[in-house]
Design a protein around this ligand. Structure first.
Ligand SMILES: [Zn+2]
Length: 474
C-alpha cells in the first residue's frame, strides 16, 4: 500500500509547478484577464455584406450533364416542295408533319410535302400522305386519341374534369369508366402535354419571375390541418414539394417541378428557368426566404470577373464568379408565430433595392410574392394530389407529376385569366337578348405572346407536337 506521504509530496510538486507556470505566462490568478486590445469593440454592422464573388463557379448538376452529353441539335430542314399544277389545296396541313423515321421531311412543318386524303372507310380522322416518302398517316398520329376506341369527347371531358380538380375515382364515377382507364389516359396525356409545354415555352422574354415551393399533402392529412411551417418541419426530407416559377405580369407558369426541398432541387428549378428564357433575358427574381435560391441562380446568371490588384507585388488575385450586374434578386422573408405571420421583411440579395423598386414601380408593385402564392392556391384547388385527401391511385410522385403536367398546360393555354382580359375596340353583339360583349378573354400564354387565341382542351390534345423547334413558327 502506498503511504499518504507520497500523495502529499505529489500535491506539493503540482502546486509548485503551477506557480512556476503562472509566473512564466505572466497572468495572475484571481484577476480578470487583461483586454486584448485597448480599442472599444465596434458594434457589428447590421447592413448586408457586399457579395465579393466566389472563387469557383457554383456547381449545377444539369449544366454539367449537358456539357458531358450535349443535346442533339435539330437536323437541317430540307427545301420546301415546289407547288404543283393541281388545284389549290383546301385542307390546312400547316400543323402537320410527316412522322416516318426514314423520311427527310420528318418532323418539319409547312414544307408543302403533305396531301390530305379524306376519311378512309368513313373514319372520323382524316388521312394524310407525305409526297416525299409516300407514307400515309392519320391526322391524330402521335396524340392520345391514336388507337383509342373510346369517344374523343369522353376522353376530353374526363381530362377536363381532372384538370379542374376532381379526383381520379370521382371522375371515373361521373363518366362511368374504370378508374384505371382514367389513370391510363392521364399518364398518356401527361406525356403529350409535357412535350407541348416544352415546345411552346422557350425563348421567353420576361421582366419578372416569382419562385416558390409548396408542400404536397399526399397521405390522409387534409390541407389546412397543418400550417406550412409545421409541414416544413415534418416534410423537410419528403420528396413531395411542388416547385413553381411564374411571370407575375402575364401569369405564365414557367416551370413546375416535383422534388424534395433541397439545394439540388432549387438548382434544378434554376436550370429549367434559364432553359425557357431567351439567352440574354435576366428577369428580376423574387422568392421566399429559402437561401438555396441564391445558390441556384448564381451559376446561371453569373460571370467571371478579374479583381484588380491591391498591391504592386505578389500574385494576381484569382478570378471571381460574380452575379451579372443586371441580375436583381430579393427575398420576402416571413416570420411565423403559432401559424400566423407576424412579420414580413424584404432582403435584397443581388442588385440594389433602388433598382428592384424601379422595375416593380413600372407595374406599381412593391417587393412581394403574392402572385405566386395566388397561383399556389390554384394548384391546391386544381391538382387533387396537392390539395386534399387523395385516393390511392395517385399517391406517388409520378401521379403528382402527371397531374401537374395537365395543370401546367390548362393554366397557361386553356383557362382565361380574369385580370388579363382585354377590352374590345368595339362591343360585339351576342346572340339573344344578352348585353354586348365588351371583353376579350386572355390566357397567360396569350399575354406572354406565345399564341393568339384561347385553346380548348381538345385542341391541345389534338395538337401534334413536332419533335424539334420549327424555324418559321415563332
Ligand atoms: Zn415523309
Amino acid at each position: 500500500m502506498v503511504s499518504h506521504l507520497f500523495y502529499y509530496q505529489l500535491a506539493v510538486l503540482v502546486l509548485a509547478w503551477l506557480f512556476v507556470m503562472l509566473h512564466v505566462t505572466g497572468s495572475k490568478p484571481g484577476l480578470p484577464a487583461p483586454p486584448i486590445s485597448a480599442q472599444p469593440k465596434r458594434p457589428r454592422s447590421t447592413a448586408p455584406k457586399l457579395f465579393t464573388g466566389l472563387t469557383q463557379r457554383p456547381p449545377c448538376a444539369l449544366c454539367e450533364r449537358e456539357t458531358v452529353h450535349p443535346n442533339p441539335s435539330a437536323p437541317v430542314p430540307p427545301d420546301p416542295m415546289p407547288p404543283t399544277n393541281r388545284r389549290p389545296r383546301t385542307v390546312d396541313t400547316s400543323r402537320h408533319f410527316c412522322p416516318h423515321s426514314d423520311c427527310d421531311y420528318r418532323g418539319w412543318l409547312g414544307l408543302n410535302n403533305l396531301r390530305a386524303n379524306g376519311h378512309p372507310n368513313g373514319a372520323p380522322w382524316r388521312q394524310f400522305q407525305c409526297l416525299s416518302c409516300l407514307g400515309y398517316f392519320p391526322e391524330h398520329h402521335g396524340t392520345i386519341f391514336h388507337g383509342k376506341q373510346a369517344a374523343v369527347e369522353l376522353i376530353v371531358r374526363v381530362l377536363a374534369c381532372l384538370a379542374e380538380g376532381l379526383g381520379i375515382r370521382a371522375t371515373a364515377r361521373v363518366f362511368e369508366v374504370a378508374p384505371h382507364t382514367v389513370l391510363q389516359w392521364l399518364v398518356e396525356a401527361a406525356e403529350q402535354l409535357r412535350a407541348f409545354s416544352a415546345y411552346f415555352l422557350c425563348d421567353l422574354h420576361l421582366e419578372q419571375l416569382q419562385l416558390d415551393e409548396l408542400y404536397a399533402v399526399l397521405r390522409d392529412r387534409k390541407a389546412g390541418e397543418i400550417s406550412d411551417e409545421e409541414a416544413l418541419k415534418r416534410l423537410e426530407r419528403s420528396p413531395y414539394w411542388v416547385w413553381t416559377a411564374m411571370d407575375p405580369q402575364s401569369k405564365l407558369l414557367v416551370v413546375v417541378e416535383v422534388g424534395s426541398r433541397t439545394l439540388a432541387m432549387a438548382q434544378r428549378v434554376g436550370h429549367q428557368v434559364t432553359e425557357v428564357l431567351a439567352p440574354s433575358c435576366v428577369p428580376l427574381c423574387l422568392t421566399d426566404g429559402l437561401k438555396d435560391y441564391a445558390t441556384a441562380l448564381l451559376p446561371h446568371f453569373g460571370q467571371w470577373m478579374q479583381p484588380e490588384r491591391r498591391q504592386e507585388r505578389g500574385p494576381t488575385p484569382k478570378p471571381r464568379w460574380i452575379p451579372l450586374p443586371e441580375l436583381l434578386y430579393a427575398q420576402v422573408v416571413k416570420s411565423y408565430r403559432r401559424r400566423r405571420i407576424v412579420g414580413v421583411t424584404h432582403r435584397v440579395v443581388f442588385g440594389t433595392r433602388l433598382a428592384i423598386e424601379q422595375v416593380l414601380a413600372a407595374c406599381s408593385w412593391t417587393i412581394n410574392t403574392a402572385f405566386i402564392e395566388r397561383l399556389n392556391l390554384d394548384i391546391r384547388q386544381c391538382v387533387a394530389a396537392v390539395g386534399r385527401r387523395v385516393n390511392t391511385l395517385c399517391q406517388g410522385e409520378t401521379g403528382l407529376r402527371d397531374q401537374l403536367a395537365l395543370f401546367h398546360v390548362y393554366h397557361n393555354f386553356v383557362l382565361p385569366h380574369a385580370s388579363l382580359r382585354q377590352r374590345l375596340p368595339l362591343p360585339e353583339a351576342t346572340s339573344g337578348s344578352g348585353s354586348a360583349k365588351v371583353w376579350r378573354p386572355c390566357t397567360p400564354a396569350m399575354a406572354a405572346g406565345l399564341t393568339n387565341h384561347v385553346w380548348s382542351l381538345k385542341e391541345v390534345l389534338c395538337y401534334r407536337v413536332p419533335p424539334w423547334p420549327q424555324p418559321q413558327v415563332r
